[in-house]
Design a binder for this molecule. Structure first.
Ligand SMILES: [Zn+2]
Length: 421
């Protein structure tokens, strides 16, 4: 059965990527990560890496090769070419660290007669979840990555996804190829189906997206089920306990040497633990989510950058992951949102002109988000109010200019384009 194009596009876009790759090489779109790579990275004598919107790794053995992750569909061909130039042996196994589209996009391209595809068993529900909501995710992904919205196809149903892996494991799966042992562990974190590939011979751990060079995207703006912080922590501990000499993430460059790996992964783990525990403490003390988003800051020694995930989004993700959407405000129990009062408030304030003027004052004071809220009020009274739109555009551009986070920039670009249309 051919996979519906609609589902394919959702899977293609339903992905995660640290902006490190994009910011450091000056490439604007994360979709162009690795575009300048002309030769695969040689990680060691047997492991090669092609960089992309999702890296692809190849482990060479005397009896054939193992591919770990296959990148996004439109980059898979390039990654394959780079890796095949290093070794064109038969592809015996494809291992998927998880079911996001920037890891699964090239499965069918790499698959040969007799290739076995391996994933953790939660892969099945995760792919169905992405496919079930493909109409939602194509829009949200298009916004996040400032791309046009692809045309939607008919809903494929709740369980309509094409499942590529034939080997689905629970906690662990081992095999040997050409005398090289492979151990695959279930390490949930960014997704419930996350897997880490451990190759004892090379002391190499391939960790998928559970580690990259930014605070993790524990809540992604395109929408996600909760990504439990304690899962990340337990899985990072599992990787640390292996005492790897090489860690290969599916975004960004490999890390060599156990001392450096321990330093980086420990700091990453402790940063997640710090934020998680601070949220729990605040929740137990009766604090609301916005107070915690403002209050919780990482100590300097735990700072890991926020070029992809952001602390505040993770704080809210953890809070609402545990508690859900109800905030204790009785008005929130009902289907009438706070914005239903905006037109009345704007009227009381003297109309949208007055509110737009105030919004401009907020912009001048550097209160760009307050300005967005005020212009939302003015526009609720008059959706085409030109002054309010102009001020809103100025605030959005100011936020865009100050942002060093690729996801934030994507959504700001999306909003800017929406006004400029
Ligand atoms: Zn990814």
């Amino acid at each position: 059965m051919t996979r519906p194009r609609f589902a394919f596009l959702a899977a293609l876009l339903a992905s995660a990527l640290p902006a490190q790759q994009t910011i450091s090489d000056g490439v604007t779109s994360p979709l162009r990560a690795g575009a300048n790579q002309t030769k695969a990275t040689r990680v060691n004598e047997a492991i090669f890496q092609a960089i992309g919107f999702g890296n692809t790794m190849m482990v060479v053995t005397s009896e054939g090769n193992v591919i770990i992750d296959t990148s996004i569909a439109n980059q898979a061909e390039r990654n394959k070419k780079l890796l095949r130039a290093e070794n064109a042996g038969p592809v015996k196994y494809i291992i998927l660290t998880h079911a996001h589209g920037d890891h699964t996009g090239g499965v069918r391209l790499w698959k040969q007669d007799g290739t076995q595809v391996i994933a953790q068993k939660n892969h099945v529900e995760f792919v169905n979840y992405q496919t079930r909501l493909s109409g939602f995710f194509v829009r949200r992904n298009a916004a996040q990555f400032a791309m046009p919205v692809p045309q939607a196809r008919p809903w494929p149903g709740n369980y309509g996804a094409k499942i590529e892996p034939a080997i689905l494991f629970d906690d662990r799966y081992d095999f040997t190829l050409g005398g090289v042992g492979f151990e695959i562990y279930h390490t949930p974190g960014e997704t419930p189906d996350h897997a880490t590939v451990w190759i004892p011979k090379y002391r190499a751990a391939l960790v998928g997206d559970n580690y990259y060079e930014s605070f993790p995207n524990m809540y992604t703006l395109r929408g996600t089920e909760p990504r439990p912080a304690l899962d990340y922590i337990n899985s990072l501990n599992k990787v640390l306990a292996l005492k790897p000499e090489i860690v290969i993430p599916s975004h960004g460059a490999p890390i060599h040497g156990n001392a450096e790996i321990t330093r980086r992964l420990t700091r990453y783990r402790d940063a997640i633990q710090y934020v998680h525990d601070a949220v729990i403490k605040g929740m137990n003390e009766g604090k609301d989510v916005f107070a915690l988003m403002r209050e919780i800051k990482l100590p300097a020694k735990l700072e890991v950058g926020e070029s992809y995930g952001r602390l505040t989004w993770s704080i809210r993700g953890i809070y609402e992951g545990y508690a859900g959407w109800f905030d204790g405000n009785p008005a929130t129990m009902y289907e009438t949102p706070a914005s239903s009062a905006f037109p009345d408030l704007v009227k009381l304030a003297g109309g949208p002109d007055r509110v737009a003027e105030l919004a401009m004052e907020r912009v001048k004071a550097g209160q760009f988000v307050e300005s967005l809220h005020l212009t939302a009020g003015a526009l609720s009274a008059d959706p085409r109010h030109s002054k309010a739109l102009e001020v809103r555009l100025t605030a959005l551009k100011a936020l865009r200019e100050r942002s060093h986070n690729s996801n934030e920039r994507g959504w700001l670009d999306h909003a800017i384009l929406g006004i400029q249309k």
